[in-house]
Ligand binder design. Structure first.
Ligand SMILES: Nc1ncnc2c1ncn2[C@@H]1O[C@H](COP(=O)(O)OP(=O)(O)OP(=O)(O)O)[C@@H](O)[C@H]1O
Ligand SMILES: [Mg+2]
Length: 329
């Protein structure tokens, strides 16, 4: 397992208590271990992504954070509340959008929001104004008096997001908020999440989409109940491949294998293509930005003519594949 979370946080002064702490949390359902000895924390004001394939244990983890499931072992803390013991008190501080959220289909958009405001005990005097602001913010104005049951899937999803914010929670937990919605709305949702983060809200978001995970400051990658990586997207990519990649194309009549092997900064390399007097290699180095010049100089010094050289962009998907053994290392 690859953990860079604690390292990346170690240098920072932690003035605030983390919004969420999980310590050695396990959840069993009879013979299924849905979550296995999971530990991580989420800093206040962070946009934190929880990633993993179906059955990884994301929803189970989230339900334990919300106090809806009791861990079989370990501790879950939300601010100063121990979950699920302090679930009632903690719920005022949590906005939760379940994976299969339900709205009242025979109530209008406005009535749904009013209903959730009363459930969360939002004082009557501020309800109206707060709801109007959320309706405006989540582009629901034209649907204000429509029945929720008659809305499109994407509009329902915006309403679900708005309702879970009606009590101004400092921690917002969204379970697959973008599953099955179009790319335009997915993009818009991530802008909403970033806006909320910029206002100081802590967000935990689960997703299957690796491209979305790039928007998160910290990520936890889960598989089969286990944590397989924790850190910033950059840290996860670098650690998954144990370095960064450089692509270099050289002019050659003979493959310059030895010249490349002579380069001290190169940990390993692969020939990608060859022909027409050219050859392209991908090199694994520690830091592509820093080592690019060394590769260039080192090859030229050995009489190898470099035609092009560039760092290779690694996607989170590549990193995930490498971590799960699907990409040659
Ligand atoms: N109430 C339950 N009873 C028995 N097994 C359960 C229960 N809830 C979850 N599981 C099992 O726990 C494992 C993790 O499920 P979970 O729903 O947490 O995964 P997930 O990462 O949210 O998956 P998905 O991406 O499909 O939503 C699965 O094997 C699932 O079948
Ligand atoms: Mg789930």
């Amino acid at each position: 397992m690859l953990i860079s979370h604690s390292e990346s946080h170690a240098g920072k002064k932690r003035a605030l208590r983390p919004a969420v702490v999980l310590e050695n949390v396990t959840k069993r359902f009879e013979d299924v271990v849905a979550v296995d000895n999971l530990s991580f924390w989420v800093e206040q004001g962070e946009l934190f992504g929880l990633l993993g394939p179906n059955g990884a244990g994301k929803t189970t983890t989230i339900r334990m954070i919300c106090g809806l499931l009791e861990p079989t072992a370990g501790e879950v803390w939300v601010f100063n509340f121990r979950q699920p013991r302090d679930r009632m008190a903690a719920s005022k501080f949590i906005g939760y959008m379940p994976q299969h959220f339900s709205l009242y289909e025979d109530l209008t958009v406005y009535e749904n929001m009013m209903f959730f405001a009363s459930v969360y005990g939002v004082p009557y005097s501020v309800r109206g104004e707060r709801i109007e602001k959320l309706i405006d913010r989540f582009l629901l104005t034209e649907f204000r008096d429509k029945l929720a049951g008659q809305l499109s899937g994407g509009t329902k999803r915006r309403l679900a997001l708005a309702t879970c914010l009606v009590h101004n929670p400092p921690l917002v937990i969204l379970d697959e908020p973008t599953a099955g919605i179009d790319p335009h709305l997915r993009y818009l949702f991530w802008r909403f999440f970033e806006e909320l983060r910029d206002e100081g809200v802590t967000l935990i978001v689960t997703t299957h989409y690796m491209d979305e995970a790039e928007f998160c400051e910290q990520l936890a990658l889960m598989r089969s109940g286990h944590l397989i990586a924790l850190g910033t997207p950059e840290e996860i990519k670098r650690s998954a491949l144990r370095g960064e990649l450089i692509r270099v194309t050289v002019r050659t009549s003979r493959l310059p294998t030895r010249a490349i092997a002579n380069l001290r900064c190169v940990r390993s390399f692969e020939l990608v293509s060859a022909g027409g007097g050219q050859a392209t290699y991908v090199l694994l180095v520690e830091d592509a930005g820093r080592d690019l010049i060394e590769v260039l100089r080192g090859l030229e010094a050995q009489g190898v003519r470099v035609l092009s050289i560039e760092p290779v962009y690694i996607s989170l998907e590549d990193a995930f594949l490498a971590l799960t053994g699907g990409l040659a290392r």
